[in-house]
Write a protein that binds this ligand. Structure first.
Ligand SMILES: Cc1cc2nc3c(=O)[nH]c(=O)nc-3n(C[C@H](O)[C@H](O)[C@H](O)COP(=O)(O)O)c2cc1C
Length: 167
């Protein structure tokens, strides 16, 4: 799969087989994540790779739309120091990880943790570290009969303004 195809065919997937991700494939995906650039090359993002079933179940309580995430055999939690405005860094790393995973035949989905006190408790994070997002990772399961969360994209003309904002 070339890079363009990997980017445009990747879809967020919430159905997984229980088979673990092979360690060498997981390492390859994490290496792709590691190469994401960060502002001033500060490299403040840290990942917590969760495969333990009990901790995965506890993670389902950390977000408002995360009830399903323990189905995935691995959840890669992205953390950064609190209030450093590092969401762009974190998103770049998540996208690297997801595109590399897609290239390896794995499914992924980004998720949001709204309940920071709970995730701090679950993962034992220090008070000055937050974990706003994670990426679920695993071999894809059967596609659901219908997926109301699978969204079409707006047309390019609606997305892109050229030179100046145009109504
Ligand atoms: C920053 C971010 C946070 C997201 N949080 C959640 C979430 O908490 N739960 C969930 O099921 N999906 C979550 N998603 C997945 C989106 O719903 C998904 O990207 C969107 O529906 C497009 O899906 P598609 O690429 O399969 O078309 C999140 C996506 C992003 C980019």
């Amino acid at each position: 799969m070339d890079a363009y195809d990997a980017i445009v065919t990747k879809r967020d997937t919430r159905s997984y087989l229980s088979d673990p991700v092979e360690p060498d494939v997981l390492e390859r995906v994490l290496r792709a994540a590691r190469m994401a650039g960060s502002a001033k090359n500060a490299q403040l993002t840290r990942l917590v790779v969760v495969t333990d079933p009990e901790i995965r179940t506890a993670l389902t309580e950390c977000g408002d739309f995360t009830s399903w995430i323990d189905q995935a055999p691995a959840v890669v939690v992205l953390t950064c120091p609190v209030e450093t405005g590092r969401l762009f860094d974190l998103g770049r790393m998540a996208q690297n990880l997801m595109v590399a995973a897609h290239d390896a035949g794995l499914a992924t989905c980004p998720v949001t943790f709204q309940h920071q006190d709970r995730i701090r408790e679950v993962l034992g994070l220090p008070a000055d570290v937050e974990a706003p997002h994670a990426v679920t990772l695993g071999h894809p399961g059967p596609p659901p009969a219908e997926n109301p969360l699978r969204a079409p994209r707006i047309p390019l003309d609606e997305l892109v303004h050229r030179d100046r904002w145009s109504s």
